[in-house]
Design a protein around this ligand. Sequence first.
Ligand code: ADP
Length: 407
Amino acid sequence: MNILLINAGSSSLKYQLFDMTDESVLAKGICERIGMEGSILKHSPTNGESVKYSEPMPNHRAAIELVFKALTVEECGVINNMDEIDAVGHRVLHGADKFSESVLINSDVEKVIEEAIPLGPLHNPANLMGIRACKEIMPNTPQVAVFDTAFHQSIPEKAFLYALPYEYYEKYKIRRYGFHGSSHRFVSARAAELLSRTGDPEFKVITCHLGNGSSFAAVKGGVCIDTSMGLTPLEGIPMGTRSGSVDPAVLEFIMSHERIDIAEMTEILNKKSGVLGVSGISSDFRDLENAYEDGNIMATLALDIFNYSGTKMIGAYAAAMGGLDAIVFTAGIGENDPFVREQMCSTLGFLGVKIDPEKNTVRGKETDLSAPGATVRTLLIPTNEELVIARDTKDIVTKLTLAESAR
Ligand code: ADP
């Protein structure tokens, strides 16, 4: 079974084609500058040379048509025709409170994704464009939506409700949703597997997804009970360019003193804050650590704030679960940054967390980083959100096929 995975953004579209007989990737690529001058598709077949197509892509439909061309042409193709694609899996940001798992897309599902646009104004419209373009081009191929929010739908009310007048929840569904759900689900399940605790309702793990956006999740017995991002991906610890949680009164203060409106304030919180805002250097941890090594005080401060916030989050979630068996580090920073892992865990010895400095030098490879005597395992597990989407799509389509053949 071949599954095409689509991750549609407003002006970009990433894709991967999986052969699910062995979960291998046949090809992947990205369309950039959709709807703009100079649009380009970069296509990389796993067993061949990468190619670039500089062709106009006025919309997502044109982008997907070009993806099909790249997947099937002689020069760089990996399949003969589109009929060899058995299903399409779409990454969708926001499923509101309607979806706790992945679903086969039909008009009702599209409607919910559309209704959730106010909650995910940057992503949901683009995700929908990707879905609708695929539907037009391949109307008979099943399509599945995999939501970033779904894994966190198990969070109890006391953890997802903000202490605001309840009517805002009733009227607008203002609550914590959480993001990076496929990643937290993948690495928490893998941690349970590695530690032979799959299915154990008492297995308590904190997953730290640290990338351009960073989020934490408390997962007990495979069920998410809390997560650090909120209504939007702005809440939680400071990130590359996002502020994370701040006193809400700060907004009014800055807006009145700087004479800026809410749109500008929101832009500052999303794009000019985080470790970039504090350091004034970069949002990239490689740049920050180079600056730190050169003795740059502001880079040091930005890293300290990030690491300290992470430590507090781990402490809070250990308390929320009433104990801790494992911490998982994943995503760009979590997988590649020994300094962050070491610093975030440096005061957690009292919980039984102890990292082996030698093992902690590893980057991007599944590793148990724990030192002898640690009672909490610290694991590095590379995330694979794409594989989660491909597996969910395969499961749903297989069930659909079985149900159809039973009729
Ligand atoms: P996204 O949230 O966009 O998926 P990633 O998970 O790919 O992001 O993380 C990207 C971030 O990972 C970069 O901004 C950078 O800070 C960090 N990163 C990548 N490689 C390294 C490295 N070798 N050392 C430290 N940080 C790294």
